[in-house]
Design a protein around this ligand. Sequence first.
Ligand SMILES: N[C@@H](CCC(=O)N[C@@H](CS)C(=O)NCC(=O)O)C(=O)O
Length: 213
Amino acid sequence: MAEAELTLYAESSWQSPWVFHAMIALEEKTLPYQLQVYSMPLSADQRTLLADHAVMGKVPALQHGDLWITESLAISEYVAERFPFPSSPRIFPADLGDRARSRQVMSYLRTGLFGLREDRPTSGVFGRPTKRPLSEKGKGDAADLLRVAGALIKPGAKTMFSEYCIADSDLALCLMRMIAAEDPVPTHIVDYALAQFDRRSVKRYVAHLPTSP
Ligand SMILES: N[C@@H](CCC(=O)N[C@@H](CS)C(=O)NCC(=O)O)C(=O)O
């Protein structure tokens, strides 16, 4: 039986870190997929369509045949398990401990750092960088992010673990919030983030960004 097609529901500003994660997962898995791009905010009809099929009316959403999933992490875990290694590249570490650590990092990036995320929105990474000084909360978050990144990224390393994993893409995007704003970031961490942004998957994402006039 032919494999059902994959459709990723994305948003048209291309500034959502969650859509970024889902699309990078599909790209790193080298899976063919269609894109359905909605403007934000979602229209009532779009939200209803997504909620009717995927329970939660949000993007990113992944449709695979009759199955619709939202929540970026659920999407990457689904494609990792549905299209496993070796027929498709790994996006989660093979080692159980590293895999747990990668999930720890992705959870940390989703459930905290709200001050930094507010002061350094992804529009500054994918569009015009902000010059706004960091708030006290943003400074505290930035220090914590650099402490975490420093503990996980060895000097000269281009990945957190022995091989690329999807948490590298998320961590690099979060670090790019600071790098794009020229906040102080240790050189080896800048090099790590830039190497991640040099991956084909990220370039394919960035290619969707509207070009400035
Ligand atoms: N926790 C979700 C966040 C998804 C999310 O907040 N999506 C936003 C776009 S970035 C959305 O769909 N907003 C539309 C709306 O709420 O109407 C994930 O990881 O995917």
